[in-house]
Design a protein around this ligand. Sequence first.
Ligand code: ZN
Length: 80
Amino acid sequence: MSQIPPQLQPLPTDVTFSYYREPGDPGCLCSRCLLPIGEKAVPIVFFPQSSQWILRYHPGCLGMTTFDDQDWEEDYKDLL
Ligand SMILES: [Zn+2]
């Protein structure tokens, strides 16, 4: 589990969801950009203890691109 830097805070404009969904599920959308989170993505998920909703993000949407880069490298190697 990766550490979440304190500057990575949800915004009031972010969309909340009622249920957790697995990455790759068509209903697994990013709270920030509302695009599907792919099967190979490692979403950053917030589960507020006292709330009935969750937030989930593409790492890139929170300014973290490392995971996406790794996924891309794996895909690239598969093609060789
Ligand atoms: Zn996103």
